[in-house]
Design a protein around this ligand. Structure first.
Ligand SMILES: [Zn+2]
Length: 285
């Protein structure tokens, strides 16, 4: 694979990778990945993500509290997260959001922790990675309010974040896009029953798409039942390219450039400002 890939959502700091994390990182590079965003789900896993980002040049960290873990947050841990969010290795506040599917934290607690972290992201002028499962109705008003307060973009003009593992329809995807978010297409787009997601991957402008594995969860079709890892991302990108009748190189390059732009990473292989400007215009049409 000669094109570049970027996994916008992984959790390779988790214990599932303790036995072979170096191999996982090496295989990702061999598979064409030039970067991955490793997301925290609580204070401890956010610190582990930062440690990885401090030692591996192509790993970027996110610090945040997942809605599942919201019930364990207190003022002290929110303070700790606020400090972590300022760390230069932290590119994003996340993952944050609402999960009314597994309901591992009470809804009101999830909402409180979400809003505190949206405020935090605004304070440190960093984007957010959103998780929404069976909760978009509840999530949208908070995201809308935050987007409005932020003026639809970060102070430096970047998009406000990404809706990860998107599981809604085209109309919902466009709403998040208009609020200033990228839409991340997960490996599950390769499943035979991907219906709605396949439509989203085919129809949205490429300029608002990111791709992700969410490792260790949800492997692509050819690896069903196995642990997922970032090296398997290409299968999803190939599927998206087929759905769009586009070359895989174009999908790979554009989603990689999108990830660089979101994270504020200087893209040495592309003229980022010209490219970003051109893509933003096309996306608005
Ligand atoms: Zn995740």
């Amino acid at each position: 694979m000669t094109t570049r890939l970027f996994d916008s959502h992984s959790h390779i700091q988790m214990s599932q990778f303790d036995g072979d994390r170096e191999g996982v990182i090496r295989r990702a590079r061999d598979a064409g990945l030039v970067g991955q965003l490793v997301l925290g789900t609580d204070v401890t896993s956010s610190m582990s993500a930062i440690e990885l980002a401090a030692t591996e040049p192509d790993i970027y960290a996110a610090a945040g509290c997942h809605p599942h873990d919201a019930k364990d947050m207190d003022e002290a841990s929110l303070d700790k997260l606020a400090k972590l969010a300022e760390d230069p290795h932290v590119a994003i506040v996340g993952e944050i959001g609402l999960d009314f599917y597994r309901n591992l934290s009470p809804h009101d607690v999830q909402i409180e922790v979400l809003n505190r972290q949206l405020e935090l992201a605004g304070d440190v002028s960093k984007p957010v990675a959103l998780h929404g499962r069976e909760a978009h109705q509840a999530l949208l008003p908070f995201v809308e309010a935050w987007s409005r307060r932020m003026g639809g973009r970060l102070p430096d003009g970047r998009r406000l974040g990404v809706m990860h593992y998107f599981d809604g329809g085209l109309e919902l995807a466009r709403r998040y896009g208009n609020l200033g978010f990228f839409i991340s297409i997960h490996c599950s787009v390769t499943y035979p029953n991907a219906g709605t997601l396949a439509e989203v991957a085919a129809e949205l402008p490429l300029d608002v798409l990111l791709v992700e594995t969410d490792s260790p969860y949800g492997p692509p079709q050819s690896r069903r039942g196995q642990r997922n890892e970032p090296a398997y991302l290409e299968e999803a990108v190939l599927k998206i390219a087929q759905l769009r009748s586009e070359k895989i190189e174009r999908v790979a390059e554009t989603t990689t450039a999108n990830a660089f732009r979101l994270l504020g990473i200087t893209d040495t292989a592309q003229p980022p400002l010209e490219r970003a400007g051109a893509m933003e215009e096309r996306g608005a049409q």
